[in-house]
Design a protein around this ligand. Structure first.
Ligand code: FDA
Length: 406
């Protein structure tokens, strides 16, 4: 049996960060991952350029969970500027794309290389293509049986296997199952930052719009379920929205999907900042012979204008329609309320909402309060960020925090 200080399961963003920090403290650290390469989600993130943090990545109100304030300590002690300094030291060029989102100029692989180089320097052992067949408490540590038949005993065990999104990349619920076996509570888990889907009838009507992208403000009001917290509070995101052959996608939809629940509606303002009624009325006064859909296509893309007119049963020239109809079109463009039937699920979700309950963990160290030596970090914890670099920042921060202690 091999005896080490720290066994980390999961060589993703959080696990590698934790390993580097613990290794630098002189701990003997082994990271085990069933994938053949470390940091596969880093590699595919941000379209291959990794949106590695957000300039506002330490703002706790940009995170969801039973108690997002839990994240404050780690995010403040190791924040976006700390990670940026590290990226700068590694000579990785980056740029801000939009809304504080920082991306590599070149490739996400540079971030992986930086982390694996740091792990090597810190003396960390990385074992790929290996999983943990069983783990149990043994004395004041943990005994883990690995899939190659070997047994490892470690003082500290770090659960860093992330969430369930993109199962074809090997995502599993291992961290939650293991946390449960040690008596830790796991909150409801579900796909987040995910496209939303429509029922077939609506999809057929919207089919001509597939592939169309518009700038939109998407809002949502949570139903008044006591468990959800913040009942009736409105959440809104102003970013791109994309019509797909399944429903809606694009940044604003991914963002709202983390707040949306089955049975609830979302509202889209597809010409934000525009008074559609006033514009159509002015167009009518100027040239009543103009077709309604043509006038509307000066405000929203033509395909959308035609679809809105068709769905509202509005045909003909501006002079032939009354103010009531113009108001209806305004409502259809800037108050389009629709009930998605579901989401595309873990297959395409960027994150998993929920996870190991923060009430079970110490916010300074990420250690389980009731199980000395057990730590949970990254996406496995019930902390989920907005789209835009927040989830990696949580992985870096929580991994760093555990790495100071484990
Ligand atoms: P992560 O998932 O990174 O790592 C978990 C590791 O555990 C993996 O290496 C996996 O192989 C391993 N593992 C799983 N089960 C195991 C088992 N049973 N045994 C052994 N090993 C196991 N975020 C962001 O901030 N900016 C971005 O640009 C993006 N982009 C993005 C794109 C796509 C397509 C996805 C799916 C996700 C993103 N994200 C993102 C989210 C981000 O990737 C995610 O939040 C972090 O990778 C979470 O880091 P973790 O280390 O917690 O898990």
């Amino acid at each position: 049996m091999k005896i080490i200080d720290v066994l980390i399961v999961g060589a993703g963003a959080a696990g590698m960060m934790c390993a580097i920090e613990a290794g630098r403290r002189g701990r003997s650290v082994r990271v085990v991952d069933h994938a053949s390469k470390p940091g596969e989600k880093i590699r595919i993130s941000g379209g291959g350029r990794c949106n590695f943090t957000n300039l506002e990545g330490d703002r706790v109100e940009r995170f969801l969970g039973e108690n997002p304030r839990f994240a404050t300590s780690a995010l403040k002690r190791y924040g976006p500027q700390d990670f940026i300094k590290r990226v700068d030291r590694a000579g990785i060029a980056w740029h801000e794309k939009t809304l504080g989102q920082l991306f590599c100029d070149d490739s996400a692989k540079q971030i992986i290389r930086m982390l694996t180089d740091d792990m090597r320097e810190a003396g960390v052992t990385l074992s790929l293509g290996l999983s943990v067949d069983g783990v149990e408490r043994s004395g004041d540590g943990f005994e883990a049986r690995l899939s190659d038949g070997s047994v490892v005993w470690a003082t500290s065990l770090v659960l860093a296997t992330g969430g369930k999104s993109i199962p074809k990349m090997g995502a599993t619920g291992w961290a939650w199952e293991t946390a449960r076996t040690f008596g830790l509570r796991v909150t409801e888990t579900r796909p987040g930052l995910v496209p939303l889907t429509f029922e077939p009838g609506l999809l057929e009507k919207l089919a001509p719009l597939s592939g169309l992208s518009v700038e939109a403000v998407i809002s949502h009001r949570a139903s008044s379920s006591a468990e959800r917290g913040r009942p009736n509070e409105e959440t809104a995101f102003a970013e791109g929205m994309l019509f797909t052959h399944r429903g809606l996608s694009g940044p604003s939809i991914l963002q709202i999907s983390s707040y949306w629940r089955e049975g609830e509606a979302i509202t889209a303002r597809m010409a934000p900042g525009e008074d559609v009624y006033a514009k159509l009325k002015a167009a009518k006064e100027e040239n009543g012979k103009q077709m309604v859909h043509t006038a509307l296509s000066h405000i929203v893309p033509r395909r959308l204008a035609e679809s809105v007119c068709e769905r509202e049963g509005v045909k003909g020239k501006l002079a032939e329609v009354g103010d009531k109809v113009l108001r209806r079109l305004d409502e259809a463009v800037n108050g389009w309320t629709v009930k998605p039937v579901g989401s595309e699920g873990y297959r395409t979700a960027e994150v998993t909402l929920g996870g190991v309950a923060t009430a079970e963990l110490d916010q300074q160290t990420m250690a389980a309060k009731a199980v000395p030596g057990l730590y949970v970090i990254g996406e496995a914890v019930d902390i989920t960020g907005w789209l835009g670099g927040y989830n990696f920042q949580w992985a870096w921060s929580s991994g760093w925090a555990a790495g100071q202690h484990c």
